[in-house]
Design a binder for this molecule. Sequence first.
Ligand SMILES: C[S@@+](CC[C@H](N)C(=O)[O-])C[C@H]1O[C@@H](n2cnc3c(N)ncnc32)[C@H](O)[C@@H]1O
Length: 160
Amino acid sequence: MDYYGEMASGYDLLHGAEQQKKYAFIRAIIGSASDTWKILDVGAGTGIGLSYFENISGLEPSAKMIYEYHGSKTLIQGTAENLPFPDHSFDLIISVTALQNFADARMALREMKRVSKRYAISFLKRSQKREELLNAITEVLGPGRIEEGEIDLYYFNLGQ
Ligand SMILES: C[S@@+](CC[C@H](N)C(=O)[O-])C[C@H]1O[C@@H](n2cnc3c(N)ncnc32)[C@H](O)[C@@H]1O
């Protein structure tokens, strides 16, 4: 079983508070404009981020992580590299501390671009792939605002 499958039941206890701060940070930067946006959280884990936005659903590959979600929003099983949605389905893609885990980050970014035109993406700044991921993000999604948090690097491209 994969890492997140194995630790799913302890995930919120171990990482919940830390991840909540990251979603709150993203919500504060985006502001209330997002209330009218259709949003997808890619690599949504146990669905911690789903309570920070109104019209949001999540996508997560691990059934065990999904099982830990007890909210009322939609959290579906799937992978970032093959988003099960038509082109231009969303107003905003969010992805928090997940990109460094994707099997093919570039493919995932291309999929995000296909389904949305706005992005708020973070990944672990201590990742060995830090430079590679930053380059891939800006090459695929274009220039954006970079914010360095305590644990994650954030990329925002909120369009017009
Ligand atoms: C550190 S957790 C973050 C979860 C959630 N975003 C949060 O902040 O609590 C990383 C998540 O990425 C998911 N993940 C790994 N590979 C993925 C992929 N190819 N596509 C989508 N999600 C993936 C993992 O299953 C895990 O739930």
